[in-house]
Design a protein. Structure first.
Length: 68
C-alpha cells in the first residue's frame, strides 16, 4: 500500500533545489563540481532526498518522493 505525502510528516507540499558537489581526487583538489543532484524536500518538515540529476526530471521525482 502506497501512502501519499511526505513519509515523515504526511505533508503534500514539496519543492526542489539543484546542488552540485565535487568528487574525489583531482576534482576535489581543483573544486570541480561535476556531480549534479536534484534535492526534493518537504516544505513542512524539511525531509529531503537526493536524486542524480542526469536520470531524473522534477515531475517524476516529486511523484516518487510522495509515493505516487
Amino acid at each position: 500500500m502506497k501512502s501519499e505525502g511526505c513519509i515523515k510528516c504526511g505533508s503534500k507540499e514539496a519543492a526542489t533545489k539543484e546542488i552540485a558537489t565535487s568528487g574525489s581526487g583531482l576534482s576535489k583538489v581543483f573544486d570541480v563540481q561535476h556531480n549534479k543532484f536534484l534535492v526534493v524536500y518537504c516544505k513542512n518538515c524539511g525531509y529531503s532526498e537526493l536524486y542524480n540529476k542526469k536520470t531524473s526530471t522534477a515531475g517524476n521525482v516529486i511523484d516518487l518522493f510522495f509515493g505516487g
